[in-house]
Design a protein around this ligand. Structure first.
Ligand code: ATP
Length: 423
């Protein structure tokens, strides 16, 4: 390590199969440069001589299969070289998926693998998904990424589930570019807040992904990688089983938890291959607070861009120009329900919301639905706005929107999730 004026410069020489792990102190910035050799960040190749920049809170691993020399500048919270990583196991998984794709290449009646990554929180599920997708796309594949983790919402914002065809490796600094993701509104950050709705949306998403595979042979051959929530007990477990069945998965990778592995082997048909894999020692446990911050950051990025490069719009919307709904009515006891309806049906019922102060700071999804109220729940959404003010006297909402007025559609779905716009 050398000290250069006020900037800390650290150099690391990595042997083959080593990994440099570092965290960036909050509110700091750290740059990474590959000086020689070959390296990758979560499956994306690092370009030699290019300076990559990571903001506060980033947790990064730079892996090398061949050996390399790396330089870090800036304040890292921790920076060390790890010799033990599960990367070879993950690479073998990729090779296994590629075998299935190769069979589909030459046989029209076959499709590529549908793989689901499961495990408790903080085991690196999202990272393994990214790795497998990057390796696939680097080989010219076009896999579909499905994100069922409503807590983080990698493909759009928290409180949604979605899918996206991956066309190029993730950007080292910014992740996958979000070109036309297919997103459904769920409206909560916990999958357990409305299990009925969650399962309904998973089924719908699975249907849509299957249709896409029918229509696009390259996607069909490349297969699907599914990221899931870290809630793996009780009802959370049942929801995983539901997702596995809805997507007709061929392979489930269980990270870190043997109990979950055993349960899945017991409960799923033999045609579903379930494998147990270790988590990487580099995955850092995130506190509740860190999760909340990550969620907020995701939303801020949606409106302002990862480096503040977007300029969202703020404008007024007349109450009368939009129709706002929420999904789920207060539960009534069965005895009070209309004949033939169950209390459960209430959970997937569309309820009209009269604009009032309660909307303040809530996120709202803009549904693609144009008319009719019946299928709004199962229609995808085209974007999100945030309510920054409610003027009851003038019957106006002030909203933060990535696009200028007018809103592209008028059917809106209220999310339980709030965002404080501090700009
Ligand atoms: P969640 O429970 O929120 O779904 P997860 O299981 O999907 O979490 P990840 O989001 O993949 O976990 O990883 C958690 C954090 O650890 C991320 O910030 C990621 O960048 C970091 N991370 C993953 N692998 C490594 C590694 N090998 N070295 C250092 N950091 C890592």
């Amino acid at each position: 390590q050398r000290q250069k004026e006020s900037e800390v410069v650290q150099e690391f020489k990595l042997e083959q199969d080593n990994e440099l792990r570092f965290e960036v102190e909050s509110k700091e910035k750290v740059t990474l440069e590959l000086k020689s050799g070959l390296a990758e960040v979560f499956g994306t190749e690092v370009v030699k001589g290019k300076v990559y920049s990571f903001g506060g809170g980033s947790k990064i691993a730079v892996f090398t299969w061949q050996g390399c020399l790396l330089e870090l500048r800036g304040k890292t919270e921790a920076a060390y070289v790890a010799r033990e990583t599960p990367m070879i196991i993950y690479l073998n998984t990729h090779a296994g998926l590629e075998q299935i794709r190769k069979k589909a290449d030459t046989d029209e009646s076959k499709r590529g693998p549908i793989a689901m990554i499961v495990g408790p929180t903080d085991v690196g599920k999202s990272t393994v998904c990214k790795l497998l997708l990057n390796y696939a796309v680097r080989m010219g594949r076009r896999p579909i990424y499905v994100d069922l983790d409503v807590g983080q919402g990698q493909l759009s914002i928290p409180g949604t589930v979605g899918a996206m065809a991956i066309e190029r490796p993730a950007d080292v600094e910014e992740g996958f570019s979000q070109v036309c993701p297919l997103i459904y509104h769920y409206g909560y950050k916990e999958p357990g807040s409305n299990v009925m709705l969650y399962n309904l949306l998973v089924t719908k998403l699975a249907q849509t992904v299957a249709e896409r595979m029918e229509a696009n042979r390259q996607n069909a051959v490349s297969g699907v990688i599914i990221n899931t929530c870290g809630w793996v007990k009780g009802q959370g477990y049942q929801m995983l089983i539901h997702a596995a069945k809805a997507f007709e998965v061929d392979l489930i990778i269980v990270l870190d938890q043997e109990r979950l592995y055993n349960e899945l082997v017991r409960d799923l048909p033999e045609t579903v291959k379930v494998v147990f894999q270790p988590k990487s020692g580099g995955v850092v446990e995130r506190s509740r607070q860190a999760r909340i911050e990550a969620r907020d950051q995701r939303i801020r990025e949606y409106f302002y861009g990862s480096a503040g490069q977007f300029y969202p719009h703020s404008f007024e919307v007349r109450f009368s120009d939009v129709k706002i709904f929420k999904i789920g009515a207060p539960a009534l006891p069965d005895s009070l329900m209309p004949l033939g309806m169950k209390a459960e049906d209430q959970l997937t019922k569309l309820v009209t919301v009269q604009p009032n102060q309660q909307l303040l700071h809530h996120l709202i999804s803009i549904s693609m639905a144009e008319s009719g109220e019946d299928d709004i729940i199962q229609t995808n959404v085209t974007g999100f706005i945030c309510v920054n003010n409610v003027d009851l006297e003038r019957q106006m909402l002030t909203v933060l929107s990535p696009q200028p007025r007018p809103l592209p559609r008028t059917r809106l779905l209220l999310s339980d999730i709030q965002y404080m716009d501090s700009h």
